[in-house]
Every structure is written in C-alpha cells, then in structure tokens.
Design a protein. Structure first.
Length: 291
C-alpha cells in the first residue's frame, strides 16, 4: 500500500527562472488518516492541507522556524490547523474528522463542499524576527490548491501555480502529493505560457504519483522543461507530534489553582488528550496536588 519513502524535492526550470517544489506525502497523509480516524473525504481535505504546509515549510531557512496554517470556514469539516518546522515535521488536527458528503458533480470527493468557500486561510511564520509574519487570505473555492494560489498572490505577492491531490480508496491513501511553481522576476511570458500548457497536459498530481512517476519526472512534465535542475532532494516530510506529559502538565497548570482543586475534589484525577496525535495523558491525584 505505502509508496516508496515520502519525499520533497526542489528544482529550477528554464535556466533558473522558475522555481518548482514537488512533494510526495503519501505515507504522511496515511499516518494522519490513522491517527485521526479520518473519513475518505476528510482524508482528501486534510491531506491537501498537510501537503501544502510541508511545501511551505521547506521554504523556511532555519530549524527553529515554525509555520502554522489554519483554515477557518463555513463548511462541515470545521476548522483545521497544521504546524510544521522546516525539517519538515508536521502535525495537525481537523474539526470534524468523520465528515461525509455525496460525491460532487464530477464524481469526485467533494473537497470544496466539505471546506466551504466562506472563510479564510491564516498563515503564521515564526522565523526568528521580533514579530511573526501573519498572512490572511479569503478562501476562493475551498478546494485548497486554488485557495493557496490566491493566498500567495494576495499575501506574499508572488504568482504561483499550486496543485494538490489525494487519492483515497477503501484501504486508505493510495497517493498524495502536490507542487508549487513560482516564476522568478526574470521569467518571460513565453516560459510562463509553456508552463501553463504543460500543467494542463500533465493532469492530476495524485494520478502521476499513482502511476509511479518520480518527482523529477513530474517536475519535467509540469514545466515542459526536460533539463530541470535538482536543487535539493533529500527532504523527507513526516507526521510527528512532540507532545509529552511535561508539556501537558503545563497546559493543565495554566487553568489555575482553583480549577485544579475542583478537579481533585470532584474527579480525583484528570485526563488530557493531545489534539494532534490523540495520545491520552493521565494525571493522578498526586500529580494534581503537585501542580
């Protein structure tokens, strides 16, 4: 079921004038599906969000940098959040993991319907500056790839082509991945229209992965440039939560002395669930008294 190892690769096309990042996130999305017990529709939605977050995360320079992406909207899936470092190690959660809807008019999982198109993307990049960078952009379709292409133009002032796809069957995630293409300022109109044509002819990202195309083959296909140059290739995105009992006790401590006293008197113990990995942490009466 699982593909070869998940991978993100960075390329330059047309003599360095076009930047391309391609990602295969099949195993990562399958892991998220298992952790959160996601329905096929929620897998397709959340898989796309996880994928674009990992792609944006590898654009950050330092290991201490942190990226948080949130989608809040009016769709039945509720709000979603992903958090990643530049490794990228990523985690996240979904408001309604069991969301289910009829297929859309094209017979596909209705991602746009699940997300809704009345809402926004909120991106927070903590990259070591005094204040984190915050970008907010409205959703345009709820399909996620279009919404992020719109975000890049509005919030980061860069033209982009974004594709994201998750192929799900009865057994889980068959393939998942995406790409981000950014023309540099010196890219010509001719090169950009070549890329538009190549993207159209290449078809869906998840299909290309399902057909076992390598990321380099995909980069050539979506740019129409046979001589794409590999810039970075050994990037392995993983789903990883760094929660611990210590961290959870800080969360518990933050509710205040009176509330903890109440818990001791009424329940005698507490249980905290990590939203990101569904791990349970038990706190005994002794633990609570210490807090």
């Amino acid at each position: 079921m699982a593909h070869k190892i998940d991978r993100i690769m960075k390329f330059l096309a047309y003599d360095g004038k076009i930047s391309v990042i391609c990602a295969n996130t099949t195993n990562l999305v399958e892991k998220a599906r298992n952790i959160h017990d996601l329905s096929p529709l929620a897998t397709a939605v959340f898989g796309r969000l996880l994928t674009i977050t990992t792609i944006m995360a590898v654009e950050m320079k330092n290991s201490k940098d942190k990226l948080t992406v949130q989608i809040k909207s009016n769709g039945p899936i509720g709000s979603m959040l992903t958090v990643s470092n530049n490794f990228p190690e990523i985690k996240g959660y979904v408001g309604e993991p069991h969301v289910d809807m009829p297929l859309n008019e094209f017979g596909k999982l209705d991602v746009g319907g699940a997300v809704g198109n009345n809402g926004y993307i909120n991106v927070i990049k903590d990259i070591g500056l005094k204040e984190p960078y915050i970008g907010i952009s409205p959703l345009v379709s709820g399909e996620i790839a279009e919404d992020f292409a719109n975000y890049f133009v509005n919030s980061e002032q860069r033209q982009s082509a974004v594709a994201l796809g998750v192929l799900v069957d009865r057994n889980g995630v068959k393939s998942s991945g995406g790409y981000l293409i950014n023309p540099m300022p010196d890219a010509t109109e001719e090169e950009i229209s070549k890329i538009e044509k190549a993207i159209f002819e290449a078809g869906a990202m998840s299909k290309m992965l399902d057909n076992n195309l390598s990321l380099t083959e995909i980069a050539k296909k979506i740019t129409g440039d046979k001589d794409v140059k590999v810039i970075e290739e050994n990037i392995t995105p993983i789903y990883k939560c760094n929660c611990s009992k210590e961290h959870m006790s800080e969360v518990l401590a933050s509710i205040g002395k009176k509330e903890i006293q109440d818990i001791i008197e009424t329940d005698g113990k507490a249980e905290i669930l990590c939203h990101f990995c569904n791990k349970k942490y038990e706190f005994s009466k002794e633990d609570l008294n210490k807090l």
